[in-house]
Design a protein around this ligand. Structure first.
Ligand code: GRF
Length: 193
């Protein structure tokens, strides 16, 4: 299965995914890694000689035009699956339509709790005893797509937002690996809406 991954940051989840593909524990090949900024995580792709691209969104720019350029960059690699892994920019509906339903997003909360860009902070500030991690199919909403896998993560005494996020990411990686493995082995079918 050919996969294109999109990131915006340090790409630690991407690195775990790439390592698992290289070890053969995820039956997928990452054919390209893209970003909306010059993300430091692109180095993980370079480490594995995987092509990278950056498609920046200009402030005040046309979101559909950006989504169309981003989609063109991805389509060059003819992926079977697109994974948003810490991609911090909302993709437009036209982009979702182009790749649906084969676009996944990993999210650091137990959806539908705490959607949006600050899920860990929001959970932390709400003082909940547990939050979680989810892998969903991307739709037109903000973290509203069908949930493929999720697991609870307790908030520990003495946690900071950062220590909590680190523990959530470990779960995100496991869930993503399970989901992609199941899709590749045809144990999970992602239906067209
Ligand atoms: C992950 O928790 C992802 O779900 C969130 O941002 C984090 C990305 O971390 N949206 P990294 O760049 O993979 O380290």
């Amino acid at each position: 299965m050919r996969v294109v991954v999109l990131i915006s940051g340090q790409g630690s989840n991407l690195r775990a995914f790439l390592d698992s593909c290289a070890e053969g524990t995820i039956p997928a090949t990452v054919v390209a890694v893209g970003a909306d900024v010059d993300a430091s995580g692109l180095d993980h792709a370079r480490h594995y000689d995987i092509p990278t691209f950056v498609e920046p969104f200009e402030p005040g720019g046309d979101r559909d035009a950006w989504g169309s350029r981003l989609g063109d960059r991805i389509a060059e690699f003819t992926p079977d699956l697109v994974i948003l892994s810490g991609f911090q920019r909302l993709v437009p509906p036209s982009f979702v339509r182009r790749f649906a339903p084969m676009i996944l997003n990993t999210h650091p909360a137990f959806l539908p709790e705490f959607p949006g860009a600050h899920a860990v902070r929001d959970a932390f500030e709400a003082g909940v005893a547990e939050t979680g991690a989810s892998v969903i199919v991307v739709d037109d909403g903000v973290d509203t797509g069908p949930i493929l896998a999720q697991r609870r993560v307790p908030v520990a005494d003495g946690d900071t937002e950062s220590t909590l996020h680190d523990r959530i990411k470990i779960v995100e990686r496991e869930l993503l690996a399970d989901v992609v493995r199941d899709i590749a082995n045809r144990e999970t079918a992602i239906e067209e809406n």
